[in-house]
Unconditional design. Structure first.
Length: 150
């Protein structure tokens, strides 16, 4: 069975991936049938380039994408383009829908990135407040009169 999956390239601790069509029995970095694009996770947002026509060709011929490749193709609008082609939409409608989808995906990426930053800040603030409360409790405990049991 043909799979669409990632092929690792790049240097140590800085991988770059090719998106390839490969026989499912081959090794990760082994021989492949066709290179469909690339994925560089080190840019913000990640740099993704996929040849949509060839990806749709392989999907129509029964190729199964890996989980990450399916996510990348969804993000780039390849799966949306394929679905709209099956519905018989015109090329202009497909292009408009895919551009709209890409804008929504990019906005979602930056919105979630901002939410992650806010979550980290809130967590640090809660930690500082907990430390202050602990110190205040220790001070009050030290100031309280000590009753000795006689």
């Amino acid at each position: 069975m043909v799979r669409l999956r990632l092929r690792r390239k790049g240097r140590i601790h800085h991988p770059v991936y090719d998106i390839v069509a490969v026989d499912g029995r081959k090794k990760r970095d082994g021989a492949f049938l066709e290179r469909l694009g690339y994925y560089d996770p080190h840019h913000q947002p990640s740099s993704i380039k996929i040849d949509t026509d060839r990806a749709i060709y392989w999907l129509n011929n029964g190729a199964q994408p890996s989980d990450l490749v399916r996510e990348l193709m969804s993000y780039e609008g390849v799966l949306l383009r394929r679905a709209l082609q099956f519905k018989g939409k015109s090329e202009e409608e497909i292009v408009a829908e895919v551009e709209k989808h890409k804008e929504v995906a990019k906005e979602r990426y930056f919105r979630r990135k901002e939410l992650r930053k806010q979550k980290v800040v809130a967590k640090e603030k809660a930690k500082e407040e907990a430390e202050e409360a602990k110190q205040e409790a220790e001070v009050k405990a030290a100031e309280a009169p000590v009753e000795s049991a006689e």
